[in-house]
Design a protein around this ligand. Structure first.
Ligand SMILES: Nc1nc2c(ncn2[C@@H]2O[C@H](COP(=O)(O)OP(=O)(O)OP(=O)(O)O)[C@@H](O)[C@H]2O)c(=O)[nH]1
Ligand SMILES: [Mg+2]
Length: 250
């Protein structure tokens, strides 16, 4: 079967959320005539997430599951999911309802009808918002967004995690996914020309445990170094220069 879109949902111990999220995605896509594959990429959860997905697969023929047994990590899971996706257009979406699935048709519109290479759900542009986050979390997230803008200045919220791409931009790019910011890795190294941000309201999770650890700050700093090296020393990409040109011309 040919799919219009692959919705990639990374999971690690998301038993309380995954069923609701699969149903929500399916309902929204069907209502907008989007023939979607839902690909759950799980890092060998021990809480029953896998059984929930396997049961749902009996009623959702478009639901697929990839269970990874090694090298756990969010960005690695997303990358592996992108390589396994059956559609050219891929939407990444957290399982905990922090990313509103109702926005998927708008991401799809920008990719499919308007030909954008990447669409990013932004918490920090007009109309975007974060609800229920403690002050510390807001400070760290805004700081990381600012640091990201030193490298890719035309994108305000490179780390939102709610983004969609046309997979053609990955061709020939040597990504080294680590940490939580796969969208930033793509912005730094893949072959995009047109990127669009759309506002999203990001809500803190209600169910399940956070997997975020302080070490993702270190992962992000290493990732910034890797993107700088890729662009400036190895000259495998001119994304940083392109992003600065776009930002300065605005
Ligand atoms: N496959 C996989 N998924 C992960 C991993 N870590 C987190 N996830 C999933 O990635 C998404 C984002 O993780 P969260 O724990 O919600 O991280 P966050 O949104 O930054 O933090 P909180 O919302 O506070 O929990 C969720 O769907 C998680 O289940 C991982 O190591 N492997
Ligand atoms: Mg979350």
């Amino acid at each position: 079967m040919r799919f219009d879109l692959t919705v990639l949902i990374p999971t690690f111990n998301e038993r309380e959320n995954i069923g609701k999220m699969v149903n929500a995605v399916d309902t929204i896509c069907k209502a907008h005539s989007i023939n979607e594959e839902i690909l759950v990429v799980d890092d060998n959860s021990r809480d029953g997430t896998i059984v929930v997905v396997e049961t749902l697969m009996n009623e959702h023929r478009n639901l697929h599951l990839l269970v990874r047994k090694e090298n756990r990590g969010l960005s690695q899971s997303l990358y592996e999911g992108m390589l396994h996706a059956q559609a050219d257009l891929v939407q990444c979406l957290d399982c905990d309802f922090s990313h509103p699935p109702e926005k998927i048709p708008l991401f799809y519109h920008y990719l499919h009808d308007m030909g954008y290479d990447m669409v990013i759900g932004s918490r920090y542009i007009r109309g975007g918002e974060v609800i229920n986050w403690p002050v510390m979390r807001r400070v760290l997230s805004s700081g990381a967004a600012l640091l990201g803008r030193l490298l890719i200045p035309h994108v305000i919220d490179s780390g939102s995690g709610f983004f969609a791409i046309n997979r053609r931009i990955l061709k020939g790019a040597h990504l080294s996914p680590r940490g939580f910011r796969m969208g930033f890795e793509i912005l730094g190294k893949a072959n995009w020309t047109r990127v669009q941000e759309i506002p999203i309201v990001f809500k803190d999770r209600e169910f399940g445990e956070s997997k975020l650890k302080f070490r993702i700050i270190g992962d992000f700093l290493i990732q910034c170094g890797s993107i700088l090296k890729y662009n400036i020393i190895e000259r495998k990409s001119s994304n940083i220069i392109r992003a600065w040109k776009i930002a300065l011309c605005r």
